[in-house]
Design a protein around this ligand. Structure first.
Ligand SMILES: [Zn+2]
Length: 487
């Protein structure tokens, strides 16, 4: 049975329905994921989104597709400038350290790196060229060194968010940027003129010195890295090709993604993105996370409390990305216990694999495993239903637990099956193995096994006690006896 190019159905925010994902070209998905603003540690709400992106990417690969994936690093904006000044560090030096922490978090959460992580500050020439095109196409205007996108010129503005523009106008003052020199309060900045608060952070541009707005960087980086638009050093809008997938957290639908669409389509005259996929929010103890409520956590906070990062990843994959996730420390405790169960299971399979000589595999087990793999894939294919896919993993584990006298080859096959599941979930640790034991200890363990086989319980128990004194604890599991070192 093969999973080559299995179809994934997923909720497309633009279509407002679940659609079958089909790549525009061949079997390659070109993906753009809005990335972090590197001015502080990522909080666990951000991390939930990055785990979701990882699960999506790994599912596509698991289903036999290729991916070309970009995630931007916002290293210049109001916040990065403000905090770097407060900390009396040059902007680059300030953001570099949080960039490093961001990648550390990803690694601890078993998040696979994507192909490109471009930085905004390294994309300025392309950003300027892009803004020039928007002006040339009469979708933007310049005032006092600022460049604003004129949303009245863009017919479909707000389509992604299903916005009622007349309603938006009334609320616009509070919701959008508060620049005073815009023609319409709903217009947004493509380029911001230099102010004293910017310190030494500015670039020269046709509109004077300044810096890019936040929304423009994603329009530029997605077309730069996923299409040939900037290939020969200039900007060539004809070379733009609709991008397959764009992801973000739900709060980016408006205004960020709404503005990205307006910017890109006003230059390329082609649909920006085929599938818009958004991940829901994370709440802590039923409330929005905030430092003042004391319910604000970074991954480092959880590690300091003694939790393994994998437990947080487990919490995320055990909930559906389209549902709000209510995080509590209690949930994390439960996840930590589950992780231990998973580790034990891997440990036992490893022991059996090494100890048994039996290379036979029962047909029934083989067939059952194919069924579990199919069920697992079908749940993923159904709008990335990781909670149900995870439940299938547990069904598989209890099936193996009930299988008597597992052979070496069957233990190996079971481990391979776990790796199959884990290529998407990334919650297992396959290196769980004890150090090899000294020969005399191993001899005692084998002697006790023999005694148990001969139903000589007295001898078996006395050997167990003897081993315990030497720091070796035995456990008789349905899969046979396993040992571990106790300190
Ligand atoms: Zn973005």
């Amino acid at each position: 049975m093969t999973t080559k190019n299995k179809k994934l159905k997923i909720y497309n925010t633009m279509a407002r329905s679940i659609e079958e994902l089909n790549p525009i070209k061949d079997s390659l998905f070109r993906i753009y994921s809005c990335g972090p603003t590197i001015y502080n540690f990522a909080h666990i709400g951000n991390l939930r989104y990055f785990i979701f992106v990882d699960v999506l990417r790994k599912t596509l690969k698991h289903f036999g597709y290729k991916v070309k994936h970009v995630m931007n690093l916002t290293d210049v904006d109001d916040k990065t400038i403000r905090y770097s000044r407060q900390n009396r560090l040059p902007l680059k030096e300030y953001t570099k350290q949080y960039e490093k922490y961001f990648f550390e978090d990803l690694e601890r959460l078993n998040i696979e790196p994507v192909e490109y992580y471009p930085r905004a500050t390294e994309t300025i020439p392309e950003i300027i060229k892009f803004i020039e095109k928007i002006i040339e196409n009469k979708h933007a205007y310049v005032t006092n060194g600022n460049v604003y996108f004129d949303i009245s010129t863009f017919k479909d503005y707000g389509k992604l968010a299903n916005l009622d523009l007349s309603n938006l106008k009334e609320n616009a003052q509070g919701r959008l940027d508060d620049e005073y020199d815009k023609d319409d309060p709903r217009d947004f900045a493509l380029w911001k003129a230099y102010t004293l608060e910017d310190g030494d952070v500015f670039w020269e541009s046709p509109w004077g010195k300044g810096r890019p707005g936040w929304h423009i960087e994603c329009s530029v980086m997605s077309s730069k890295y996923l299409t040939d638009m900037f290939k020969d050093g200039t900007i060539n809008p004809d070379k733009f090709e609709t991008i397959d997938i764009h992801t973000g957290a739900v709060d980016l639908i408006f205004p960020h993604h709404t503005n990205e669409i307006a910017q890109t389509e006003s230059v390329t005259k082609k649909p920006f993105v085929k599938y818009w996929i958004h991940c829901e929010h994370l709440f802590v103890d039923g409330k929005k996370m905030s430092k003042s409520l004391g319910n604000f956590y970074t991954l480092r906070d959880l590690i300091e409390k003694g939790y393994p990062p994998r437990a947080f990843r487990y919490v995320c994959v055990s909930s559906h990305y389209k549902q709000q996730l209510n995080f509590t420390l209690k949930t994390l405790d439960a996840a930590e216990n589950t992780i231990k169960r998973l580790d034990n299971f891997v440990f036992i399979l490893n022991v059996i694999k090494e100890r048994s000589e039996d290379k036979s595999i029962r047909d029934e087990l083989k067939q059952k495993i194919e069924e579990f793999k199919d069920t697992f894939d079908n749940f993923l294919a159904d709008n990335l239903d990781t909670p149900k896919a995870l439940a299938t993993v547990f069904d598989f584990m209890s099936y193996v637990n009930k299988t008597k006298d597992l052979s070496s080859a069957e233990a190996e096959l079971s481990l391979q099956t776990l790796r199959y599941f884990d290529s998407v979930l990334s919650i297992f640790d396959f290196d769980i193995k004890e150090d090899p034991l000294p020969d005399e200890i191993m001899a005692l363990i084998l002697k006790r096994e023999e005694a148990r086989k001969n139903k000589n319980w007295e001898l078996a128990d006395s050997i167990r006690e003897q081993l315990k004194e030497q720091g070796i604890e035995l456990a008789d599991t349905p899969l046979g006896t396993v040992w571990k070192k106790v300190k």
